[in-house]
Design a protein around this ligand. Structure first.
Ligand SMILES: [Zn+2]
Length: 485
């Protein structure tokens, strides 16, 4: 996700801030679970009706009696405890006044039983018919409905488009602690999931144009409606954006079909170029992007943008500079979040800090955008210091640790300055300590070692430490909040 921290600082200075409460090794030999999904969109009701034929592969080392799924759509319901939008973003999100959606499971087939539970009635628990041993498979069929709120957010109906991120029951990632349940914290991206294969069919009114994480395999039209089928392999998630108003530009970059779906962008060629250029740069520096296409989508969104595998949402109404920056930042997430996963609930710096630093590297190598390494590090440092100086005066103390659960941040601003700014400063400090070549080699080693997996903070520290550089102390000083910036 990209938050525009400068805007947040203005909100903070105006006193509008609201304070809110807040891997597993790959044993699969490459086998993954698969989602075969069918969804139908009812425009008048703003509702999706869907089924998921879920083929689960037990890649854990444990015998399992239950499976758990995150129901992210439930957070948009009236009764949810964890609201998806904080007070400071409410006006940007609820463009038509506060509105609610909901997610309901109607049935699960081929199981001993099921119920919806969790801290916020946000987890589907499926009791299996018999214990599932490592490397065994089980098939379930889940039926659900998703009522969409009118909201500029990951899952919702915006003024011009329908954003379908996190729109289906998503298997909880499994770690040493078991299945990780993800309450919908409003600051940050409260997601953690494992790579799977997708075969998705969506049925929409025929005048809709669809941006998708997947590659279109087939389409058919009947009775004023159209069905599209998409395929995506080994991805952490699957997203769609629908609109009757999209215009589309395309380019090819390193064999990848880069598409730009836009609404009101006055210079769409430049936005497409930023998307293709940054994809090419990250390919060269980190390692090859693995998906056949990348769709960059201008849509209603309360933050700057949001990443999904092979699809990024970019907020309509950004300034030109904000738009290019956000496109590059979200593209960097294809490497840091999509292909290399991490626990975004406890170690947001790992993907956000790297996405910010990857953006810095791109702009440093493409000076036409007007940024330099010095200017970006200077801005990040100054705004970080300003925030924590004011925060310290107001609260008497500051906590600058980086390995916090999203629920432990005081709000959007603290999350932003720790995960984005301090994350960026950490990677610049590492680069200065190690030298450019060793630093770049560590990033490509990190990518190749953890592609398709979930890397812990110890894993990334391990990759850097294995290079022979004495950098573990740098990581620990930043993460523990001991370093003074
Ligand atoms: Zn981000």
């Amino acid at each position: 996700m990209k938050k525009i921290c400068a805007l947040l600082l203005i909100i903070f200075a105006a006193g509008c801030i609201t304070f809110v409460p807040a891997c597993s090794p790959d044993k699969s030999g490459g086998s993954v679970s698969s989602y075969t999904m069918y969804v139908s969109y009812d425009e008048a009701e703003r509702k999706l009706t869907g089924t998921v034929d879920f083929d689960y592969f037990n890649s854990t080392e444990n015998e399992l009696s239950d499976l758990k799924f995150n129901l992210y759509g439930a957070a948009f319901g009236k009764e949810s405890k964890f609201k998806p939008v904080s007070e400071s973003y409410k006006n940007r999100a609820y463009y038509a006044g506060t509105d609610y959606g909901d997610m309901e499971i109607s049935n699960v087939e081929n199981c001993a039983g099921w119920n919806v539970a969790g801290e916020d009635e946000n987890i589907l628990i499926v009791n299996l018919n018999s214990p599932l041993y490592p490397e065994e498979r089980v098939k379930l069929k889940i039926s659900y409905t998703l009522k969409l709120a009118r909201v500029n957010h990951r899952t919702g109906v915006t003024a011009d488009a329908v954003n379908l991120g996190n729109f289906y029951p998503v298997l909880c990632a499994y770690t040493a602690e078991g299945f990780i349940e993800c309450p919908y914290y409003s600051c940050g991206d409260p997601f953690m999931s494992e790579c799977a294969d997708y075969n998705v069919t969506i049925d929409v009114p025929e005048n809709y144009i669809i941006a998708s994480s997947g590659t279109e395999k087939s389409s058919s039209a009947a009775n004023g409606r159209k069905k599209y089928q998409y395929i995506l392999k080994k991805a952490r998630d699957f997203a769609l954006v629908l609109s009757t108003k999209f215009k589309v530009l395309e380019a090819e970059q390193d064999g990848v079909d880069v598409k730009y779906y836009y609404l009101s962008d006055g210079s769409p060629e430049k936005s497409l170029s930023a998307a293709a250029q940054s994809l090419g740069y990250f390919n060269d520096v980190f390692g090859k992007y693995v998906y056949p296409s990348l769709s960059v989508v201008e849509t209603g969104f309360c933050y700057g943008g949001m990443e999904y595998p092979a699809l990024t949402m970019i907020a309509k109404g950004l300034s030109e500079d904000e738009r290019y920056y956000t496109i590059v930042h979200e593209n960097a997430h294809q490497w840091w979040y999509a292909m290399v996963g991490n626990n975004q609930l406890t170690d947001a710096w790992q993907d956000e800090g790297l996405a910010e630093y990857s953006s810095l590297m791109f702009f440093e190598n493409n000076p036409d955008y007007g940024y330099t390494r010095t200017s970006m590090i200077g801005t990040a440092t100054r705004s970080y210091r300003t925030f924590f100086s004011v925060y310290g005066q107001l609260n008497g103390k500051t906590d600058t640790s980086m390995n916090r659960n999203l629920g432990a941040y005081s709000g959007d601003l603290e999350y932003c300055y720790i995960s984005y700014n301090k994350g960026m400063l950490l990677f610049d400090m590492l680069r200065r300590s190690m030298g450019d070549k060793a630093f770049m080699n560590c990033l490509s080693d990190y990518f190749s070692t953890y592609k398709y997996k979930i890397a812990s903070s110890d894993d990334i520290i391990g990759v850097f430490a294995a290079s022979g550089a004495d950098v573990e102390g740098v990581f620990r000083a930043f993460i523990d909040g001991k370093i003074i910036i």
